[in-house]
Design a binder for this molecule. Structure first.
Ligand code: NG1
Length: 580
């Protein structure tokens, strides 16, 4: 087996890593959230210089905490951002994805006070601060002291502090409602909290700073009440967090942030159950291959997209569109089979983010075969074929009923489902309100089925490199097709990001795509080792300098976010800060 090759570009902190054949990782106890007692253990691939910077960062953090609150934290955790290699906007349809944790992360420390000491009999106070006070000003909240009462979060208000409140609500609900099953001690009153955070995952960049934040918040609160969750439970709980701030999100980011493993990507499945299998990048190209090593470059487009503010026309609308597409396809299949359903709620299981069914449920109606997307389906060949059939079905069925190539009107969808337009809006568009001209059901469904197939194609190419075709070109082609689908079908790209990808492909990248929610944010590019330096130089000159004239060198360096696949969410233990 070849060693993992890590290339460091000295001029910029760019790390490129070799990706060849996927290999299962060995892990000591994959059930538990990681616990580490030193910076070196958290970042084992870091260079001496990088470790020095981390020591300074953690020391600055703990000093800030002590100065601000004049006490020691009760708990401290850190959680990473993530980059998604392939499989975009399919997690909330329960299709598998291929992300990895990056070594950009958030650190959070919390001291828990005594509930009895609170002067007010009804409330406790939570002080929340960020090391970067100018960007994220401090907040003080009062929260109900009664553990059965939950803090209210107004999803219309876009405020960084809401992300902490989400963690509180989700953890508190769990601690109160699952006492018996998990043997949790009764909580007589909620405790006051002093919280400090710092993060270096750029916000709005597609690297999921929000997941890093909510995972840390949920974990801190659970730990503060003496409960240590498994990774799976923490993932399941923190997935709910952003739904409290009005984004009806999927579960990829939290899974990647929690399950991350150094030097590995993750194959994350949501059905039949949540799993995250680490795969090593170190591996071999066939002995007779003349292929060069290749690597990924992550470049922030600097186009900032606020997912929360744009949710009604972007993220949440996509969740509604894929759900309605699933219902129309299910209705079509029922009609064809001569079955009648009085209510669309009976067409599919109450699955997915709207609890109304998913495109995966439709696939399972057509193929009730439970080996879909599992190891039992050798090389995913059957799964890919099934997805292609569903893609054709969506193209035909949803294409025939749409009002214009842009999509369906509310009235048409309601009529096809046999309910009134008012009922359609009430059922599917009220909890998370949306705005649109047409519901682009055909385009969204075709993207989802084809992207789910691309995840399996990607895994296959990695697992079975052949001497006759170039692995780099095969993967690059899959990546480019994913981006094309984002541009024309899922419409979650941005013209400036498209220019970045075009520049990358014209300058040596085998493939380039938008990653994460999109509408701005980060890109992932695949490049052969010998072309990487040229690619980076071209991005600097032809993209950053031209699209953002006047932008500083420091910003450009920082935009080439280059990060090794890193460890997942970590509890900092054993007097951790005495060693920073
Ligand atoms: P980011 O890039 O973190 O906003 C979002 C969703 C994911 C997934 C991707 C698209 C959240 C927290 N995350 O990611 O679940 O749907 O978009 O693949 O909303």
């Amino acid at each position: 087996m070849l060693e993992l090759l890590v290339f460091f570009f000295t001029s910029i902190s760019l790390v490129l890593f070799l990706l060849t054949k996927l290999q299962p990782a060995t892990m000591s106890n994959p059930e538990l959230v990681l616990e580490k007692s030193s910076i070196e253990e958290i970042y084992p691939l870091a260079s001496a210089d990088e470790l020095k910077l981390q020591h300074a960062r953690y020391a600055n953090f703990i000093n800030h905490f002590r100065e601000l609150y004049n006490e020691e934290p009760t708990v401290a955790v850190r959680g990473p951002g993530r980059v998604n290699l392939i499989g975009e906007h399919i997690d909330y349809s329960n299709f598998s994805v291929l992300p990895m944790a990056v070594d950009r992360d958030m650190i959070m420390a919390v001291s828990f006070g005594d509930a009895a000491a609170s002067s007010d009999s009804e409330t406790i106070s939570v002080r929340l601060a960020n090391v970067s006070e100018s960007e994220f000003p401090s907040r003080t909240y009062t929260l109900p002291k009664d553990p059965k009462k939950f803090v209210e979060i107004d999803p219309k208000v876009s405020d960084w502090g809401n992300y902490f409140k989400c963690g509180v609500v989700v953890a508190q609900e769990f601690l109160i409602n699952n006492r018996e099953e998990y043997n949790i001690a009764e909580i007589s009153a909620m405790r006051p909290m002093n919280v400090l955070v710092t993060g270096n995952v750029p916000t709005g960049s597609g690297l999921s700073s929000s997941a890093a934040f909510v995972v840390c918040a949920t974990l801190s609160v659970l730990l503060g009440y003496g409960f240590k969750p498994t990774r799976k439970l923490l993932t399941q709980l923190s997935i709910k967090c952003e739904q409290h701030v009005g984004v009806n999100s999927g579960g990829m980011d939290q899974a990647a942030s929690i399950y991350g493993v150094v030097d590995h990507a993750l194959f994350v499945t949501f059905k039949p159950t949540l799993t995250a299998t680490p795969f090593s990048f170190s591996s071999k190209v066939p002995a007779d291959s003349k292929e060069e090593p290749f690597s990924f470059v992550i470049a922030n487009s600097l186009v900032v997209s606020n997912k929360h503010e744009t949710a009604p026309t972007n993220y949440n609308l996509r969740v509604v569109e894929v759900t309605l597409a699933a219902l129309l396809l299910a209705k079509h299949l029922a009609n064809k089979a001569g079955k009648t359903f009085a209510d669309p709620a009976d067409l599919l299981p109450a699955d997915g983010n709207l609890q109304a069914g998913t495109l995966r449920n439709v696939l399972e109606l057509v193929y009730p075969d439970q080996t879909f997307g599992t190891d039992a389906d050798k090389d995913f060949v059957n799964s890919i074929e099934q997805l292609k059939t569903l893609e054709t079905l969506a193209e035909t069925v949803l294409g025939e009923s749409e009002d214009t190539p842009e999509g369906h009107t509310t009235e048409t969808v309601a009529k096809l489902l046999g309910i009134s337009p008012e009922e359609l809006v009430k059922r599917y568009m009220t909890t998370y309100p949306v705005r649109y001209n047409y519901l682009a059901l055909r385009k969204r469904a075709v993207h989802v089925y084809s992207e789910a197939a691309r995840v399996f194609e990607f895994l296959n190419a990695l697992n079975r490199p052949t001497a006759s075709s170039s692995l780099t070109e095969t993967l690059g082609d899959i990546i480019n097709r994913s981006h094309a689908s984002a541009v024309s079908l899922f419409e979650n790209s941005h013209p400036t990001v498209d220019r970045l990808c075009a520049i990358a492909c014209a300058n040596g990248a085998a493939g380039a795509r938008i990653t994460g929610a999109g509408w701005g944010g980060a890109t992932v590019q695949l490049v052969s080792a010998s072309k990487a330096a040229g690619l980076v130089a071209a991005l600097k000159e032809d993209y950053y300098r031209k699209e953002f004239p006047g932008v500083s060198d420091a910003v450009i360096e920082d935009s080439l976010i280059l990060s090794k696949p890193g460890n997942g969410t970590t509890i900092l233990i054993d007097d951790f800060f005495s060693r920073v």
